[in-house]
Design a protein around this ligand. Structure first.
Ligand code: FAD
Length: 383
């Protein structure tokens, strides 16, 4: 009699979208697959700033997991994993019984590190979880429209912070808000890790758009953000797009983690401590190569992860994920204008925004189409 093995996917993140797609196309028999994720939609962060700026509806920025899950023959559990025991091969849920696995894959992203800003209390809105951000932004815009001199402060000089500050400025202009947007980046300036040309272009654009820039570390206070140079940036609302941090429960999972708490994986995205555990996207740290935490890698590692999970369950060869030396980033600047960054090369214009818009829509369409299961290969793959 054939033994059924259980594959558990934790998180409906970008890499797992590819796993679902692969399972829908070619599903070996003898595998029971469960997806545990917090929402039936996967939000696409690449289009979030465009939604804030008013270019997209919320529906255009999220993928409905139901058709994908159905086509892949996967059981969907809408819950939050709050613990894991890699030695006992199980994950614990917030609202249900624990689930055991033969092989597990984690694609749960990262959290926004708000530790320096907590004193802000109700004024603080972290960009993640994105569901919460989507629910909160319309309220912020309404409050800004109702109050004269509304002060919005965005903290974080990386791509997310810059794009959100520029998008908010665009939304304020469009709604006729009498208010201001400040962006607090650290002393290392805007977009660390990008070429000087990119930083200059974005900074110039932000200044022209009317966003006030601060280059000093900030901590939260009841009145706003207190900068390292002593200046207080007053705020009615603060959006935190500060650095990423991993989920705290990973610390007790018994998995091999790096010194920041991310899951250590090899080139196959397999845990270095537990060969039946895989991880991709923001939650993992590669031991062999430095890889930035960005959607680009979560997306591109997806098909490789799919192949390797099936190899781990049914035998077959694993494939390494080889990150490209340079990734293309298209940074939205609020209005339908964007800056392109690729290694030392940069460019800007409305055409860059149209390019980004085309790539983003095409990505969404790829996962919105219901992939039909390939029944022939389902039968052929029976071990
Ligand atoms: C505003 C903004 C703009 C960005 N723009 C870009 C860009 O243009 N290009 C780029 O490359 N990167 C961009 N990024 C970074 C990008 O969003 C992340 O690197 C990417 O989302 C990581 O993908 P992931 O698959 O690891 O996780 P995520 O996309 O965060 O997905 C994680 C999934 O797991 C679920 N989940 C989380 N915790 C649990 C749990 N405990 N139990 C069950 N399910 C759970 C979540 O609900 C979610 O569905 C941007 C980020 C932000 C905030």
């Amino acid at each position: 009699m054939m033994v059924t093995q259980k594959l558990v996917l934790v998180g409906g993140g970008h890499a797992h979208l590819s796993v679902l797609r692969a399972l829908a196309k070619q599903r070996p028999a003898g595998i029971d697959v469960v997806l545990i994720t917090t929402s039936k939609h996967q939000n696409y962060s690449g289009m979030l700033p465009g939604w804030v700026a008013g270019h997209y509806t919320q529906a255009q920025c999220r993928i409905d997991l139901a058709p994908l899950v159905q086509a892949a023959g996967v059981r969907l559990v809408l819950d939050q994993v709050i613990g894991m025991d890699a030695a006992r091969r199980c994950v614990g849920l917030a609202h249900g019984p624990h689930i055991e696995y033969d092989v597990v894959s984690l694609d749960i992203g990262s959290e926004t590190d708000t530790s320096w800003l907590e004193t802000l209390g109700d004024k603080l809105l972290p960009v993640k979880p994105l569901d919460n951000f989507f629910a909160s932004w319309p309220r912020i815009l309404a409050a800004a429209t109702a109050k004269k001199g509304f002060k919005l402060v965005v903290v974080g000089g990386g791509a997310a912070g810059v794009e959100l500050a520029l998008a908010a400025q665009q939304a304020f202009t469009h709604a006729g808000v009498d208010g201001s947007v400040d962006l607090v980046a650290s002393e290392s300036g805007l977009l660390p890790g990008h070429a000087r040309g990119v930083q200059t272009r974005v900074q110039r654009f932000a200044e022209r758009a009317g966003v006030t820039l601060h280059f000093a570390r900030g901590v939260g206070s009841e009145a706003g953000v207190l900068l390292a140079d002593g200046q207080l940036v007053q705020a009615d609302q603060v959006i935190a797009a500060t650095g990423a941090r991993p989920a705290v429960w990973l610390a007790l999972s018994k998995l091999g983690l790096d010194d920041r708490g991310y899951i250590l994986v090899d080139k196959y995205h397999r845990s270095v401590s537990h060969p039946n555990v895989f991880a991709a996207g923001d939650v993992c740290a590669r031991t062999d190569v430095a890889m930035s935490r960005s959607g680009v890698h979560a997306v591109h590692a997806g098909p490789v992860l799919a192949q390797n999970l099936l190899a781990a369950l049914g035998g077959g060869a694993m494939r390494p994920y080889v990150p490209k030396r340079r990734s293309l980033y298209l940074l939205a600047c609020g209005s339908r204008y964007a800056v392109a960054s690729w290694g030392r090369w940069s460019a800007e214009g409305q055409w860059v925004w149209r390019w980004k818009d085309w790539i983003d829509r095409r990505f969404m369409q790829r996962f919105s189409v219901n992939p039909q299961p390939d029944t022939a290969s389902l039968l052929e793959k029976t071990p």
